[in-house]
Ligand binder design. Structure first.
Ligand SMILES: Cc1cc2nc3c(=O)[nH]c(=O)nc-3n(C[C@H](O)[C@H](O)[C@H](O)COP(=O)(O)OP(=O)(O)OC[C@H]3O[C@@H](n4cnc5c(N)ncnc54)[C@H](O)[C@@H]3O)c2cc1C
Length: 405
């Protein structure tokens, strides 16, 4: 039986980053994923700002394309924010996962693809893990000092199959990867298009991201929130995606390259278990994903970096303050994520179509591209809050004056 310092289950951005970091420190690490290649179920749209590239030292080779503009298309109108240079990237999600796996191998770690985690047994001496090898259909057992749950929304390792999990908000998304003609592609290159409102989205938002020349990612994500306005729709994320391709993009010709999708399970108030009995959880397994935009890669990798600090301490000293990992993460994100929860509930399930349009129009009239990007991706609301207060103050002043005359 092979023995490791750390076994990581899940080869997404969180698990890959844990394996990369710890193997670099010289620990004996195994990275395990049930997929046979890093390109199977290539579900993530992987749009982000430029910041994560330097934050995690990511190479140019995993970038699909750059974007500089944002369009928000509502039912009635489109609102454009033009950038004065590159504001972000769309990654090739498969290449990101492959890169993290290759880094692990380079640092003498091991990667088990096509291996499904089945169960664990935690003993005084370490953790024994059973994996099912999909090539041979045989079970393999590994032994490790610490086990990492990086299985994303499934949380397969932290919770045994019948164990209760905290209350979750659910979301799901479908994405088509399409190859289109050059002329049509040129209309969508270098920009992220988001769809809000009831015509092009359902209790969430839809999108068009440029992947690489002549290739677009087109998708729709739906929250499973109760809605005042949209209960009786027969739309699905698949139907909306097809509607966007046919009625909005209207390519002269297109070829479907891949259809993929995924789910989001987000614990309201970040109530997940972060550590228990020699098992750490990272990434979407601790709801690292931002609940408003479903942007999760950067935060999955940030939670991995934070967890590695405690894992390293445990491996060096034989002990660490495990609860500190949870406290630190909640300290960094809880307030921001609470604001995201509130704004996503309003936007996706409470507002009428007209209210959505009015909000976007207000943003468009008052906020620059940088302020929009800061609020959508970086949770910096200073300028926005200042502007809203200024707006309210002028309105009150106007009403007060009207009253006096
Ligand atoms: C449709 C969609 C679009 C998205 N678009 C964006 C975006 O544009 N930008 C952004 O930043 N984020 C986006 N996200 C979110 C982002 O992809 C996730 O937050 C991120 O991938 C989470 O990383 P993770 O490593 O925690 O989990 P995951 O990426 O989900 O990785 C979990 C891994 O665990 C493996 N696994 C599961 N069970 C087992 C098992 N039993 N045995 C072995 N392996 C197992 C899975 O195969 C998977 O590879 C999107 C999500 C969805 C669903």
């Amino acid at each position: 039986m092979k023995e490791y310092d750390v076994v990581v289950i899940g080869g997404g951005p969180a698990g890959g980053q844990v394996a990369r970091n710890l193997s670099k420190k010289g620990y004996k690490v195994a990275l395990v994923d049930r997929n046979k290649t890093f390109f199977d179920n290539n579900f993530s749209s992987a749009g982000m700002t430029l910041a994560p590239l330097s934050e995690f030292n990511l190479p140019e080779s995993i970038i699909g394309s750059y974007w500089k503009d944002i369009t928000i298309q509502c039912t009635e109108k489109a609102y454009d924010w033009l950038g004065d240079g590159n504001k972000g990237v769309v990654l090739d999600f498969g290449k990101l996962r492959e890169f993290l796996g290759e880094e692990t191998l380079k640092n003498n770690g091991e990667v088990y693809l096509g291996h499904k985690y089945i169960k664990k047994e935690v003993t005084e001496n370490g953790v024994f893990i059973d994996l099912l090898d999909s090539n041979t259909s045989k079970t393999k057992t590994l032994k490790t000092k610490l086990l990492v749950d990086a299985t994303g929304p499934l949380r397969k390792v932290m919770y045994d199959s019948k164990e209760a999990q905290p209350k979750m908000d659910l979301g799901s998304g479908t994405e088509y990867l399409i190859e289109i003609d050059q002329e049509t592609y040129d209309k969508f290159k270098e920009k992220l298009v988001f769809f809000l409102g009831h015509k092009w989205a359902i209790k969430g938002y839809s999108w068009i991201f440029p992947m690489e020349n002549k290739i677009l990612k087109v998708g729709a994500g739906k929250t499973h929130l109760k809605s005042n306005n949209q209960e009786n729709t027969d739309k699905t994320t698949k139907k909306i995606t097809e509607q966007i391709i046919e009625e909005y993009i209207q390519p002269k010709e297109y070829r479907l390259l891949d259809v993929h999708g995924g789910v989001v399970r987000y614990s309201v108030g970040l109530k997940d278990i972060f550590y228990k009995n020699k098992v750490f959880a990272v990434g979407d397994a601790v709801s690292a994903i931002n609940p408003r935009g479903g942007e999760g890669i950067r935060y999955a990798m940030q939670s991995a970096d934070l967890a590695c600090k405690y894992i390293n301490e445990y491996l060096v000293k034989g002990t660490t303050n495990f609860d500190d990992y949870r406290k630190k993460w909640r300290g960094r994100k809880l307030f921001k994520w609470k604001l995201s929860e509130i704004s996503s509930r309003r936007m996706y399930s409470k507002y009428s179509d007209k209210q959505v349009e009015n909000r976007v129009q207000f943003f468009h009239n008052n906020f620059s591209t940088d302020v929009l990007v800061d609020s959508l991706f970086n949770f910096k609301y200073n300028q926005m809050i200042y502007r809203i207060f200024q707006f309210l103050f002028l309105k009150i002043k106007f009403l007060f004056k009207k009253e006096r005359f």
